[in-house]
Design a protein around this ligand. Structure first.
Ligand SMILES: Cc1ncc(COP(=O)(O)O)c(C=O)c1O
Length: 378
């Protein structure tokens, strides 16, 4: 890094892993605290560990304004979606359609395709129109009739940062009698999201991206009354109202989202994410968004001037926090990312799509350096 470059100024990977000032030190301190707790021969471990996990859930609850008892942790987004799909009553799945868009996060498509036969549903994938870059809301709606038992909506996509009109989609799902799930992973932490505003039946996400956490800290929200109908396949002592109810013939699911828990929960990822959630909680969400929007607009102009095709929506209210553009067919994306890295500029490519996500640490100077580096490299 050049002597006058501010750390993080050229970081454009918030769609992958988010950063905030002091993240390394604060996560290290939190993890050291857990190591001390678990290495001390007393009986404090579980009281304090479960308090850490509860605080993580509570921070998330406040972040997305979810009702108490409707959130629990998951290892990742795919696992959170699996938990719900495995728990749904048969009437939502057997003989029904499950709807998803082709520009969903592929892991969720792999999951739903793999469960289709066993749970007896047909997976319908709404395509991207020829020559276009994301699935249009109108096309998703056109596939969505009353035979759709479950629809999984990607709020903001990872390939173009297209943000759907979530309110209209959820309302349509309600009219069709479908269970509506939303993956908010690419939006939460940069575009304000509140559970009551959209009232989807379930929400899945992770803390890793714009929320600046670490991996292993996924989240699942399930709304009532669906929550009360869910019978999670993966169940265990922690799925119960009273985890110490150990009589073999009297298992009973917890009334709240804890029914999605199973055995002894992990603690470390939640401990490592707490400082990030505290940091985010202390920011004005509108400031974070305004900073992102301003830098993305500079990128739109700069990439346009370089002749790169923008494959994200032009309108800010149809976008998450990223800007994607198409590199020339003759260019070598991996070599470009290497060249950028050598200049402390961090971005990534999916095929020939360059993904640029400026966040709280990215600066105007970082954007200017990136555009100069792209001009020189291309
Ligand atoms: C839209 C979206 N959903 C989900 C994920 C991650 O899913 P998982 O935590 O299962 O790896 C990503 C990661 O990039 C994503 O962009």
């Amino acid at each position: 890094m050049g002597i006058d470059e501010v750390a993080g100024s050229g970081y454009f990977l918030y769609h992958s892993i988010g950063m905030y000032p002091g993240k390394a030190e604060q996560a290290a301190q939190a993890l050291a605290g857990v190591a001390t707790l678990w290495g001390t021969p007393d009986d404090e471990q579980w009281n304090r560990s479960l308090a850490i996990r509860n605080e993580f859930v509570d921070r998330w609850r406040r972040l997305v304004d979810a009702p108490a008892g409707t959130l629990t942790t998951a290892e990742n987004v795919t696992a959170a979606a699996h938990a719900v799909m495995g728990a749904l009553p048969d009437r939502h799945l057997r003989g029904r359609k499950v709807l998803i868009a082709a520009d969903c996060f592929p892991s969720l498509h792999f999951l739903l395709a793999g469960m289709a036969q066993r749970r007896g549903y047909e997976l319908v994938t709404v395509p991207v129109r020829a020559g276009e870059h994301w699935v249009r809301d109108e096309d998703f709606l056109a596939h969505w009739q009353a035979d759709v038992g479950v629809a999984l909506i990607t709020w903001v996509t990872s390939t173009t940062s297209h943000r759907c009109d979530l309110k209209s989609l959820v309302q349509h799902g309600r009219a069709m009698g479908s269970v509506v799930g939303v993956d908010i992973t690419q939006g939460v932490g940069i575009v304000p999201f509140a559970v009551p505003e959209f009232a989807a039946d379930f929400v899945v996400s992770s803390t890793l991206k714009w929320l600046c956490g670490v991996s292993g800290a996924g989240i699942l929200h399930v709304r009532q009354p669906l929550l009360g109908e869910c019978r999670p396949e993966l169940r265990g002592w922690f799925s119960q109202e009273n985890i110490f109810s150990w009589a073999l013939d009297s298992f009973a699911y917890a009334r709240d989202a804890r029914r999605f828990d199973s055995g002894t929960p992990s603690i470390l990822p939640f401990a490592a994410c707490l400082p990030a959630l505290e940091w985010i909680g202390g920011q004005d969400p509108m400031d974070l968004l305004a900073h992102n929007r301003r830098l993305v607009e500079v990128l739109v102009d700069g990439c346009g001037a370089l002749g790169l095709e923008i494959v994200s929506p032009r309108r800010a209210d149809e976008r998450g926090g990223s800007l994607m553009c198409r590199l020339p067919a003759a260019s070598d994306p991996a070599a470009l990312v290497d060249t950028l890295r050598k200049q402390s500029l961090f971005a990534d490519c999916r095929g020939h799509t360059l993904r640029l996500s400026p966040g709280n640490m990215t600066t105007d100077d970082g954007v200017a350096r990136l555009l100069r580096a792209l001009r020189a490299a291309l």
